[in-house]
Design a binder for this molecule. Structure first.
Ligand code: AVJ
Length: 322
């Protein structure tokens, strides 16, 4: 009960802070309530959203090569996944590990969303019941600080699906420094990164024809209405994604279509919007291979190998802690 209260107080605090700043912003980590989880699952199936498909291809074709690097050193380890979500792609890796009797591991999926973690746990209990699963509902940084898995064994940290792209450059360094601080020398990080590519391909992935990504973005306002007793009129906000090839940032905004006042009942606050004022809601950063290598060295890792799909759209890069 206490935890639930704290979580919703933090949510309220973050929303009020974000909406009283100029420019206004809301954190994309709040996209993922039960409805947001469902919408993101729908996004992963869209033809425009290549990211999931490409990472799937990498795992299908290269899982043995990836684990060939890691398992040479230890057959007994902690498998920690930051932002596990529904774990669909990870299941390819889990099935492979389970098929090797000499390998001994416990799986620690970390996610901010309790509903998606429960779904993952239920799914693994029925499909891969031999795997020892310990879900952790937490943010990446807090999970890396608390390290409930710590037992002296080596760790492989999975940070897949371009989840690292959701941070500003400074924040992503900070998250990766938390990973470095929470691991030992020679531990592993498998990092899923979306690569810089033709801007039109990237933009379409965040502006699909069916409008699922629009609904996903707008769902944040719906969640604020429901959980924080607010009255956003969803008809009066539009989805606006844009990609900057220089920074590699795909940014999403919600644009207020008119001058309007919105009440956040839980804080007894009125928020004023000017006509066409944006709320910045999400960043999905794309990297080049050289930027990934630089990030690794800045954060205390060395690059062991890049595992990339046939079109060079996406890469799962294996880092080792130095
Ligand atoms: C789950 C953070 C990887 O940034 O591509 C999908 C979320 N946002 N469509 C991404 C998302 C809009 C996604 N990540």
């Amino acid at each position: 009960m206490n935890e639930i209260k704290n979580a919703s107080e933090t949510f309220l605090q973050d929303v009020i802070n974000g909406l009283t700043q100029n420019p206004k912003s809301l954190s994309s980590k709040y996209f993922y309530d039960a409805a947001g989880d469902k919408l993101f699952q729908k996004i992963m199936g869209l033809s425009e959203y290549y990211l999931t498909r490409k990472e799937f291809e990498i795992f299908e074709n290269q899982h043995a090569a990836i684990f060939g690097k890691i398992l040479r050193y230890s057959q007994d380890f902690n498998l920690v996944e930051l932002g596990a979500g529904d774990g669909m792609k990870t299941k390819i890796l889990l099935r492979y590990l389970r098929s090797k009797p000499e390998i001994n591991f416990t799986y620690f999926p970390v996610d901010i969303s309790g509903s998606v973690l429960q779904e993952l746990k239920d799914n693994l209990e029925s499909e891969l019941p031999e795997i020892d699963v310990h879900p952790i509902q937490n943010t990446y940084r807090n999970a890396m600080k608390e390290r409930v898995w710590e037992n002296g064994k080596p760790s492989l940290i999975l940070f897949l699906g371009s989840n690292i792209g959701n941070f500003s450059l400074n924040e992503s360094k900070d998250v990766l420094l938390h990973v470095a601080q929470g691991t030992q020398t020679h531990d592993w990080l498998l990092l899923g990164v979306d690569l810089k590519k033709d801007p039109s391909i990237i933009l379409q992935a965040y502006n699909d024809k069916q409008g699922v990504t629009r609904d996903f973005n707008l769902n944040l306002l719906k969640r604020i209405n429901r959980e924080l007793d607010a009255n956003f009129d969803l008809e009066q906000f539009t989805h606006w994604p844009m990609y900057d090839p220089l920074t590699g940032e795909c940014r999403s905004y919600l644009i207020s279509q008119k001058e309007q006042l919105v009440t956040i009942g839980a804080a007894n606050k009125l928020i004023r919007f000017e006509a066409f004022e944006p709320i910045f809601t999400e960043i999905s950063r794309k990297f080049s291979e050289s930027e990934i290598s630089q990030l690794a060295s800045e954060c205390g890792f060395k690059v062991v190998d890049f595992f990339t799909d046939s079109e060079n759209y996406f890469t799962d890069v294996l880092w080792q802690r130095i």
